[in-house]
Ligand binder design. Structure first.
Ligand code: NAP
Length: 294
């Protein structure tokens, strides 16, 4: 029996998360629950890695033949020069959240944007092709979502940000790389009002409304929202942010950030295992973990 356990351990496929901090990440519970559900001899560990230790950590993935890893703050951009290949999304977005170790070749993927698209399709039955879209925010999450929406063929893409020059820089990059003609706008009510009437989808990528500061003014004024919109908030704690509450009251469809978190993990799982991920148990693990964290 003991011998059997040791043989099993020797064959365990290791995956994990490189970041700093990693203690509150829900990825370990989500992936370990999925491995268990499919009866796989795999394990997912959280690894706290300081910025100056990233190169050594990635060398460790090679040296120990670790199956794959996720990356979070502060490593998503810094990891690029340590990898052998990048997926198209990772190259465009300029950030990697998933490493695949393909027989010693480290391939960088970005499953954040793809995860977002999959949550749009699976949870809101929304296909962004030929749709008019506004992304609010111009940080890391906005970058992944905006590039992915542009790749998916939206007809109009606007990025509104508190610091307008960051929105301009992002939209210029997207326009150049993908030959889309998106526009940057300021976050003022007047500028938002000009666009809002015609939009199909609004994505809030700012942390406004995130636990514990849940009782705040939403980043988009309530009176601009309308019933033809899908309003999507990347914040997943709480699942129903103040923005989604007011959007619902206005008759708009809503989408929580939990779906993006779930599907970025689902896609990473499928890259590492080559198997269809058990989405339902992964979602339950996330929801349980969120309850514990609040
Ligand atoms: P980030 O790189 O720091 O960017 C934050 C963005 O929000 C910036 O554009 C910033 O504007 C804007 N912002 C911050 N506070 C604001 C405020 N009070 N009013 C208006 N704009 C404000 O952060 P990030 O990595 O993109 O993450 C943003 C949010 O997305 C976080 O809540 C994170 O949890 C969530 N997220 C969710 C998922 C998911 O899977 N659901 C994945 C990634 C991120 P300035 O440029 O003017 O500073």
């Amino acid at each position: 029996m003991e011998q059997l356990a040791e043989t099993k351990l020797a064959n365990t496929e290791i995956t994990g998360l490189l970041g700093d901090p990693v203690e509150h990440s829900l990825s370990p519970v989500m992936h370990n629950r999925a491995f268990q559900e499919l009866g796989l001899n795999n394990l997912y560990l959280p690894w706290a890695v300081k910025e100056d230790k990233l190169a050594q950590a990635v060398a460790g993935i090679r040296g120990l033949d670790i199956k794959g890893a996720n990356l979070t703050i502060p490593h998503k951009q810094q990891v690029l020069p340590h990898l052998d290949e990048l997926s198209e999304e990772a190259r465009l977005i300029g950030a990697v959240n998933t490493i695949e170790n393909q027989a010693g070749k480290l391939i960088g993927h970005n499953t954040d944007g793809r995860g977002y698209l999959r949550s749009l399709q699976e949870e809101a039955d929304f296909n962004p092709a030929a749709k008019k879209v506004l992304v609010v925010g111009a940080g890391g999450a906005a970058r992944a979502v905006a590039f992915q929406l542009a790749l998916a063929g939206v007809s109009e893409l606007y990025i509104a940000n508190r610091t307008v020059k960051k929105a301009k820089a992002l939209i210029e990059e997207i326009n150049k790389q993908l030959e889309v003609t998106g526009k940057a706008i300021s976050l003022s009510k007047e500028r938002l009002a000009e666009k809002m009437e015609r939009l199909d989808l609004v994505v809030d990528t700012t942390p406004v409304g995130m636990y514990p500061q849940t009782e705040v003014e939403p980043v988009i004024p309530a009176d601009l929202l309308h019933s033809d919109l899908l309003v999507s908030d990347l914040v997943y704690n709480p699942q129903e942010t103040v923005l989604l509450q007011v959007a619902k009251k206005k008759g708009a469809a809503t989408l929580s950030g939990l779906g993006m978190l779930l599907y970025q993990g689902v896609i990473a799982f499928e890259i590492w295992t080559g198997k269809k991920a058990p989405v339902k148990v992964m979602r339950e693990a996330l929801e349980k973990g969120l309850k514990r964290n609040t």
